[in-house]
Design a protein. Structure first.
Ligand code: CA
Length: 238
């Protein structure tokens, strides 16, 4: 569970109806909210109120949302979730490259948006949390490097070192969208960032091991053209 009681979310959006919906839903879940309708007031609130996360519309009246991400990232690592009506792939990629943590397109489902924000918080909390995850019946222990069947029916899974690094990287960002480029850089190294064939191959190998039906993945999901997202349950304790 995310302790939402003290978390404050800054909503940067010029569409007042959307602001109202977000404020109402996050407050109902125990979050504090702040709202800004342009980039200028967003920067003021970021500096003065120090919110815990920002939900950012890319189409603002005074500045492109991508510039808001770049400027914010020059001094802050707060979680940023981009919200936009723009559907072009290059915009999504640019937002992630500029330092956004995730991206959701309008029209959006409010429950999904809240889940994405909470996933971003979990990711920010990862250093203090337990390294145990559930993928269906598989329990993954990132410290022991073991994957065991909680029902004790199937033998433990064995992964190659690269498969482990890939799974580990995705699990520590459980629920969040991770770009192909980021995975290639972090798992293989800087010089591999365009080797998307490597990534596809290892994702497919991982699916064969962890997914009940590899062709219809339930845990290791593809965001076409952008990256991957793992859906796992983070266990709070052993
Ligand atoms: Ca707008």
């Amino acid at each position: 569970m995310i302790d939402s009681s003290k978390k404050c979310i800054l909503i940067v959006e010029d569409h007042l109806e959307i602001v109202r919906t977000l404020v109402m839903n996050f407050r109902a879940r125990g979050y504090l909210t702040l709202a800004a309708s342009d980039a200028k007031s967003a920067f003021t609130l970021l500096a003065e109120a120090k919110p815990d996360a920002m939900i950012l519309d890319l189409g603002l009246p005074d500045l492109d949302g991508l510039d808001v991400i770049t400027q914010t990232r020059s001094w802050s690592n707060l979680p940023i979730l981009v919200l936009s009506g723009r559907t072009e792939l290059d915009k999504k990629l640019s937002a992630l490259k500029s330092g956004a943590d995730d991206y959701i397109s309008k029209p959006f489902d409010i429950d999904e948006l809240v889940a994405r924000v909470e996933a971003v918080f979990r990711r920010a909390q990862k250093s203090t949390s337990t390294p145990l995850f559930l993928l269906g019946n598989w329990k993954v222990d990132l410290v022991k490097h073991s994957i065991s069947d909680i029902q004790g029916i199937q033998p433990d899974l064995h992964l190659t070192p690269i498969e482990w690094r890939l799974l580990e990287y995705l699990l520590t960002r459980s629920g969040s969208l991770v770009s192909q480029r980021e995975l290639l850089q972090k798992v293989w190294g800087e010089s591999y960032e365009t080797e998307t064939n490597y990534l596809r191959l290892f994702i497919s190998q991982l699916r064969k091991k962890i997914e009940p039906v590899p062709q219809l993945p339930k845990f290791l999901l593809t965001e076409p053209g952008i990256g991957y997202r793992i859906i796992a349950t983070h266990l709070e304790s052993n």
